[in-house]
Design a binder for this molecule. Sequence first.
Ligand SMILES: Nc1nc2c(ncn2[C@@H]2O[C@H](COP(=O)(O)OP(=O)(O)OP(=O)(O)O)[C@@H](O)[C@H]2O)c(=O)[nH]1
Ligand SMILES: [Mg+2]
Length: 450
Amino acid sequence: MKPSDDKIKDFRKRLKIGVVGLGQCGGNLAIEFANKGYDAFALNTSFSDLKSLDELPKESRLHVGLNGRSGAGRDLNLGKQSLLSNRDRILSSLNALAKDSDLFLLVAGLGGGTGSNLPTLVEIMRPLNIPCSVLVTLPSESESSLTKVNAIQAVNTLFKQNLNSVILIDNQKILDLFPGVSLSEYYSRANDAVIKAFDEFNSADHAYKIRSIRGFDSEDFRKVFSSRGLLIYGSSNFTLTEPLTEDFLLEQLKELWKGGGLFASGYDYTTAAVIALILYAPKSILEATSAEMFEQVNRTLKNLTKGAAIYTGIYELEEGRPTRISTMIGKMNFPDRVVNLLSQASIEGQGLAEKVRKSRPSLDLGEIEQMDFFTILSQEPLTNDMDSLIESLEDDDPDVRLRTVLSLNTIGDNDRLHPLLMKALKDNDNRIVVEAAKILGNMGNSQVAE
Ligand SMILES: Nc1nc2c(ncn2[C@@H]2O[C@H](COP(=O)(O)OP(=O)(O)OP(=O)(O)O)[C@@H](O)[C@H]2O)c(=O)[nH]1
Ligand SMILES: [Mg+2]
């Protein structure tokens, strides 16, 4: 959709990104993108949610209910069947948008029965032959167990799909970033912040840029944005009275890369393979800063990341404006936050298994245990002696503790196992917590099965 004229400022984009929103959150995000000049389309199983997106024209909204039903009620399987039964309609509705776009950005909130089926939508859209990236939200801690289980399963599947990049937004951070935000603005503030920062990267021209010294162009953006794996981006402003130094720039970048703003926290940026770094500064700062310093930053980043490709831009600003760096970093591994969510989903999923066994037979908890996020260290046979096991779980070396937890799989006696797992769950190393949670989840399942 094209927004009304009074909103148009400068919508020239580096890449033509078609936005496809799935579920309610997906629709909300699609509207925000449309307001920033993107062509956007919304799909939902719910009639009423779709109807409320009246800022999008009718032909950019598609109801994908199963046999005319409305909503998916957090049921992943119902959401999936709804999408699959509308496969042909989805393909033909998105055909024009695909022809008009360089790539698609698929957006959804993970947790519900509709949006968590983004992986299904990715599969359905394969024949359109268009590169896809996804931007999804992770549920906050206070949301239900089922929401977390749905979300973590979806993250796992998305990561295995052949996507250009995956952006994870953490709803848990909304309150941290916007303390005191009202209920009515709760999601819209977050959506706006996420999309504004993204659009800054894709906007070809900013009114405040006065001269390009080293251009960051569409192809640079395409390379970074299509880098596979997880991606984050962000900017920070600062007022400088002295020339820029390498230490200062690196410090700012590292802060952004750990997962600042609303991104899931705890990224290991040293695993990144692609980095964009754009510097905007007034002439006086650029004149006082040595070109060698900027090259040195590049070299340091290459070393830190063992050879990431680095794309840079330098722009001059009007005097008096703050200096600004914008960065996007891609092809990273899972952040700590996903590991935390996985352990929560495993622990809460255990209780859930019993509750939903009858009413929700479609919930496949087996998938949680089969997750392959983590490289499991080789499992060595360990002692069966309780005291030695406790001692190993207290070892200073986290790898020893991890191996110990992995070896607990072989203990058949739940009464002995339980206190050991409880101890491991309090470990400050996430890998250990997750493995303990998985074993605990298994105990829950086998009890349910009996
Ligand atoms: N950031 C953000 N998160 C949202 C928004 N709306 C919902 N969420 C999150 O997205 C998750 C999924 O919610 P919905 O999008 O309403 O669910 P759905 O995909 O419509 O699924 P069903 O209603 O079960 O069919 C929620 O658990 C929230 O965490 C939004 O506008 N912005
Ligand atoms: Mg819904």
